[in-house]
Design a protein around this ligand. Structure first.
Ligand code: DTR
Length: 335
């Protein structure tokens, strides 16, 4: 009898707790490093709205753009330790930490963000890389192909000689091959570096001309089609495991859709941003010759071998991963 009473009391307590949790709902904090207007934050707000809708308001997401909760470089650790439930990282800001997914940062001439983002997500799903073992991956996407934005014109590659340009990841090495001086830093530090003259321009996708108003100081844009930067949205593992199966399903169902949505948004926004920059600041767009594009390609080639060596050191089947990436790229480009 006493056992039964205890059991009843325990079930009652559990029922009350469950009801209280349901009433209180679940709040998830989501940290991001760049300002609210930029595409990593636009996609964050889209994800928030979708998850709140799909869970019927049971989940509410509290977003923290602009590094207000975690900065670019603290993001990975901050999510692992639970300072934020969710965080958005640019894997290129963590050299050597993501041996598999950094394949997406290689110079393989992605032409759209949508294709690159689809490829990245599929690769992640297929390989479930160990580098993300300590966190739950919510979605992935990339930036658009990278171009040069500078104060002084870069009309030919020779104009790059000695020019300090902010970049990250594989692009730094290509820049040094071109005679420029790459300065590695997260995007969120670029406005100050440009303003102080530490750098004379940057290498990124054209969305930043409008979203950071870089068009005002960088009136010259040179089409280089350098690599895309990979991004991952990650969640604290224990927090993930504490969520109900229904909430987890809503999050999982959104993974690929979110990657595609972000890709489409950015592809369109690149065009809008460039048009806006031409109208507002009369920026000039410079095209390089076919020979100069070939030179850029040549400088990128050793990066593939370097990536393979690093990936093999991390115990990965580099050839298979690379072949899969190229096959996925071809498949989505054909669609
Ligand atoms: N090009 C990468 C990624 C990137 C492109 N646009 C934005 C906006 C905000 C943050 C990052 C990015 C980079 O420059 O870091």
């Amino acid at each position: 009898m006493r056992k039964l009473t205890a059991l009843l009391a325990a079930s009652l307590a559990l029922a009350c707790l469950t009801a209280a949790t349901a009433m209180a709902g679940t709040t998830l904090t989501y940290a991001n490093f760049p300002p609210a207007k930029t595409f990593p934050c636009i996609q964050m707000e889209h994800w928030k709205a979708e998850i709140e809708k799909r869970t019927g308001g049971e989940v509410s997401v509290q977003t923290f753009p602009g590094g207000t909760l975690l900065s670019a470089k603290n993001m990975f650790r901050g999510v692992q330790t639970g300072q934020a439930d969710i965080g958005c990282i640019s894997t290129s800001y963590y050299p050597g930490v993501f041996p598999l997914m950094s394949v997406v940062n290689l110079p393989v001439a992605f032409t759209t963000t949508e294709v690159a983002s689809r490829v990245m997500w599929d690769l992640f799903r297929k390989y479930q890389p160990n580098e993300f073992a300590d966190v739950k991956v919510v979605t992935m996407f990339t930036s658009a192909p990278s171009q040069i934005m500078s104060k002084e014109p870069v009309k030919t590659l020779a104009d790059l000689n000695g020019m300090e340009l902010r970049a990250s990841g594989s692009i730094l090495q290509i820049l040094s091959g071109l005679g420029a001086q790459g300065v590695g830093m997260p995007q969120s530090q670029t406005p100050e570096a440009l303003q102080k003259g530490v750098v004379k321009g940057l290498v990124s996708s054209f969305d930043v001309l409008k979203d950071f108003n870089f068009a005002e100081s960088c009136r010259h844009e040179t089409i280089t089609n350098l690599p895309v930067y990979p991004f991952a949205v990650i969640m604290n593992k224990a927090r993930w495991e504490s969520l109900s199966p229904e909430i987890r399903k809503a999050i999982d169902d959104l993974g690929q859709e979110q990657a595609v949505w972000t890709g489409k948004y950015l592809d369109q926004h690149i065009q809008d941003s460039l048009n806006w920059s031409k109208e507002t600041y009369q920026v000039e767009v410079h095209e390089l010759t076919a020979e100069e594009h070939a030179r850029i390609k040549e400088l990128g080639a050793p990066l593939v071998d370097q990536w393979k060596t690093e990936a093999a050191k991390a115990g990965l089947d580099a050839d298979a991963i690379l072949a899969d990436m190229l096959a996925l790229k071809a498949k989505y480009e054909a669609q």
